[in-house]
Design a protein around this ligand. Sequence first.
Ligand code: NG1
Ligand code: MG
Length: 547
Amino acid sequence: MASVPVVSRLEEIYTEDAVPAQTKRWQHLLAEFEQRYGKPADFVARSPGRVNVIGEHIDYSLYSVLPMAITGDCIIAVGVGGAHERSADQSERSEDAKDAKDWTVDIANVLPKFATHSFAFARDDPVAIDASVHEWTNYFKSGLRGALAMLREKGVVGGAHGPRSLQVVLDGTVPVGGGLSSSAAFTSCAALAVLVANDAAHKDAIDKTALTELAIVSERSVGVNSGGMDQSASVFSERGAALFVSFSPALTARPVFFPAAATPETELCFVIAQSFVAADKFVTGPVNYNLRVVECTLAAAYLNAVLNPPTTRLPSDKAPLGISLRGFHETYFALQEKNDPANTSLPRSQKDQLRALLALVDKHLPQEEGYTREEVAAVLNVTVDLLNQQYMSQFPVRAERFKLRQRAQHVFGEAARVLEFMDVLEGAKDSGGANSANAGETLGETLGALLNATQDSCRDLYECSCPELDELCAIARRAGSYGSRLTGAGWGGCSVHLVPANKVDAVKAAWEAEYYSKRQPALTAEQRAAAVVVSRPGSGSAVFVGS
Ligand code: NG1
Ligand code: MG
């Protein structure tokens, strides 16, 4: 079991060169807390945003992904208890204690544009969230709700032990709606804050896996049917490394180091560039993100119906809608093996299996124009009503046709690219790293080609890019990027680029001249300064108890 680190010095969280700037920000947060609540904060919880290196839109189909944490993060100063809190004794004795809203959260943001709120909740309350209203404190509520559910299950909260009232002040530096996962940073951080506040005696024993799993489920209560990449990256990351996250058979995450370059000029850098196209999943979820989740799930059910024996049911798994393309994948090959154990031509490695699945998609999901509800329901042997109810009631979607062919092609292809990317990285390490300048170039080109292929697939098969993101990628490649693509959900937000250190300035200048000054002339100086970031992999969630 790996626990969330409890630290008393900021150096343990940030790199040396980031510490001075961060120290100021943390002091400001703590001063704001004291001024607002008239007492010092008890602790600060912290969770970072992330950039995804490769593996886009496959986490909710339970395929492995490779994100890394960024320096931008959410920090929450927390005070526990307070005037409103009814004592455990009182709560137990009183008749109506169960329903009395005796616990409160006061929540403020260092940025005044986020209005201050207070809300109360009862001892056994699941904490109501109105996902139809896009309200910044919903993310805190989602973390609170998930964490309390876990604490109740563990018996830490319940009976004579009421939950704790909280006063919190938050500061976030992950751009909102930018594909860098401000939402997961906020949700994981809130969940962590609530766990520590309610079980202070065990604050150094908060299991990273448990925190991640609860943050994944929590974030869905805000209205997006997301996978688990962002929360995993936020919680598990280690400074200096990307993170290989797997969801099947269980959630695991391991650090992945990029080989050292021969010279500083050839060092491989990840450069993140904002498109400034806002992609708001809450508004557009029914026609983009949540719709893709449904399309992938329907593709899994459809392939199962046409390729496996009629009575085969896909195993229910931790995918958002309970079954996944990965579940189909495993079931299909397990049955093939069982029926014909002597068959030596069955693909054994994940990569070969994914290739075989692409051929099956080509044959059994031929309709480029997509599939109607009636067509899918007929193959699944259910009514359209049941289909709607099973897959489209909790998170509504709007579509006439479901592009099962293209979505499945993207998912299997992208899952294979992640494995290929890992093989290339690990091969480079085995052969002594990118030690000569030429080896560095070849490595950059090979990895870059995979990133470019991801962008093509996102644009053409998954339809989650947009002209601005395509343009940022094209400009960067012309100026020396090895590989460029959108990162996160897409439809706007950020792009990520693999660039050798000696080309970073040229790429930045090209964006300025060809994109920002032309496409986004109205940007403020501040926005412009934040538009492009060279990102080093940062560390994950932590609890800060220093003074
Ligand atoms: P963004 O939009 O960057 O938060 C979303 C999902 C991820 C993953 C990516 C696409 C949420 C919270 N996260 O990321 O789980 O599916 O899209 O790869 O919705
Ligand atoms: Mg998000």
